[in-house]
Write a protein that binds this ligand. Structure first.
Ligand code: UN1
Length: 509
């Protein structure tokens, strides 16, 4: 199915301009960077890119702002984030428009992305009164041992196109209440969304009387990111993107003893056991695999199905895939918008031809759509592929809506297949057998940072820590105690006795 006609680039440009105006952004046209829309592949605006001097000035300003922000009481810092959350509620539709126009998300998912930002603001405001340290029992009389958490410094946030606003907000809302300041280098593919986010935060800062320099935006290419990576004034580099990018960032930041928080690729799988409730599993699988046109780091890419139910499940999935409406993401009936670029479509086709050469069989989907109406855009049907083994192409992350279906006979075999990929972000099992579910969640089960039961791999709530193991990079963002990555701890020993006693019973003098 293809939903209604696509809007033209001029119409999208006008719509973007209106949303930006509501938010308070005046687009200053420049060259160096191009704002495009994957809906048509057309160019919306030319924008100025940050120079080396801009990057230097941004880091210097954020560092100076940090020196004052770090001693602002955390609950007061929370007021800035509270105001940001209010502005996000007020401009939810405007920001979601920009996310759709630049990232191609369907309306409901674009609104969901802004909701995720509102949620993390609420979370961070609460956190601003809960940056707890601990008191530890001292071995010495008249002594107290304490753990204290302090702000870390400037946080460099490097984000990707697929969550152009939410990933920034997870980092920024938490970093700000922790007393850090932020320099943000967003994806070059989503500059308008970044301008809108930065403007909302600037408005919030003005309204609550916080320094504007607690946050600086740098629109630019990889060179800007590299400067943040190498700058010793950037205490933490929080980077979301490919494993290839992380392999460069991690060692470079470590070489200067900086900290990094990496959210890299995923190759997420779900195990479907014989007892699974398929009425629940089928829509969960389709959303996780085809939602966001397969462009979430949590997208379901491998389905490991018990042999006894494989034919039934495949038949139901094939039916669902055939009915998926692909097209204009502004149309309420569309479920699959465009891929970000024709290069992404080429990568998808390349993976499909490789897997077919290795014996994979396409069960449904995979055709390009709207090629005549929008030759510079990349609309495609999500694709379901049956494979006999987990070959090299299945073990790679292709950032497109390809779902590989594998079969298994024993749970042990399913878990082994599940874990036998380099990445370790998200995972799930569909089962009504509690023992199987618990084994999957145990130390001997899924090796991922996210492990779910009877719910897909994508669409995590902000309250939990988000991140993964192995090639996914090991970072944790968002909820739970991920805030500790944005602070430094100090251990304090306080002697309130009148004598000197040394630890470990040492006597001296
Ligand atoms: C990402 O794709 O980089 O769990 C983030 C999810 C979303 C975030 C995805 N809450 O799918």
């Amino acid at each position: 199915m293809t939903s209604t006609a696509l809007p033209g680039t001029d119409e999208l440009r006008a719509r973007a301009r209106t949303s930006l105006r509501h938010i308070g952004v005046d687009v200053a046209e420049g060259d160096g960077l191009h704002a495009r829309t994957p809906l048509t592949g057309g160019q919306l605006f030319g924008l100025a890119a940050a120079t080396d001097a801009d990057t230097e000035a941004a880091v210097a300003a954020a560092r100076t702002a940090f020196l004052a922000w770090r001693t602002t009481p955390a609950p007061h810092r929370g007021e800035l984030v509270r105001r940001l959350g209010e502005l996000l509620r007020e401009h939810k539709g405007d920001l979601a428009d920009l996310v759709t126009i630049e990232a191609g998300k369907i309306r409901s998912e674009a609104l969901g992305e802004v909701q995720e930002m509102i949620d993390i603001c609420d979370f961070a405001v609460g956190l601003s009164r809960q940056l707890y340290g601990r008191t530890i029992a001292s071995e010495r009389p008249g002594h107290r041992l304490a753990e204290t958490w302090h702000p870390l410094g400037v946080v460099g946030v490097v984000s990707a196109f697929n969550f152009p606003a939410a990933v920034w907000s997870w980092n920024t809302a938490v970093a700000l209440v922790c007393g850090d300041t932020v320099v943000w280098k967003p994806s070059e593919l989503t500059p308008l969304t970044s301008l809108a986010c930065a403007r909302l935060l600037e408005r919030a800062a003005d309204e609550v009387g916080a320094p504007r320099d607690v946050h600086r935006l740098l629109l630019g290419d990889r060179a800007v990111g590299e400067r943040l990576v190498d700058d010793p004034r950037v205490a933490l580099v929080s980077a979301t993107g490919s494993t290839r990018m992380g392999r460069e960032v991690g060692p470079r930041v470590a070489a200067r003893f900086g900290r990094s928080l990496l959210e890299l690729g995923g190759n997420n799988a779900a195990i479907v056991a014989p007892s699974a409730d398929l009425d629940l599993a089928v829509p969960a699988i389709v959303f996780a695999a085809a939602g966001t046109a397969g462009q979430r780091c949590t997208t379901l890419r491998r389905l490991i199905v018990h042999r006894d139910i494989a034919d039934t499940l495949v038949e139901r999935l094939t039916g669902a895939y055939t009915r998926l409406p692909v097209g204009n993401p502004f149309d309420d009936t569309t479920l699959v918008g465009p891929l970000i670029s024709t290069a992404a479509l080429d990568a998808m086709r390349h993976a499909l031809s490789r897997v077919q050469a290795q014996g994979g069989k396409i069960l449904a989907g995979g055709n390009r759509r709207l090629a005549e109406a929008a030759p510079a855009a990349a609309y495609t049907e999500p694709v379901l592929v049956r494979v006999d083994e987990q070959s090299d192409v299945v073990r790679e992350e292709t950032f497109a809506p390809i779902l590989y279906v594998l079969t298994y006979d024993t749970l042990e075999e399913a878990i082994a297949l599940h874990n036998d990929v380099p990445q370790g972000l998200s995972s799930s099992i569909f089962t009504r057998d509690q023992r199987e579910a618990e084994i999957f969640l145990s130390a001997a089960g899924s090796d991922c940072g996210i492990a779910n039961v009877n719910i897909g791999t994508s669409g995590a709530e902000i309250g939990g820590a988000f991140g993964g193991e192995k090639d996914t990079g090991g970072g944790r963002e968002s909820g739970s105690d991920a805030w500790k990555s944005y602070m430094r701890s100090a251990t304090n020993t306080i002697n309130y006795s009148t004598g000197l006693s040394l630890a470990q019973g040492v006597s001296f003098l």
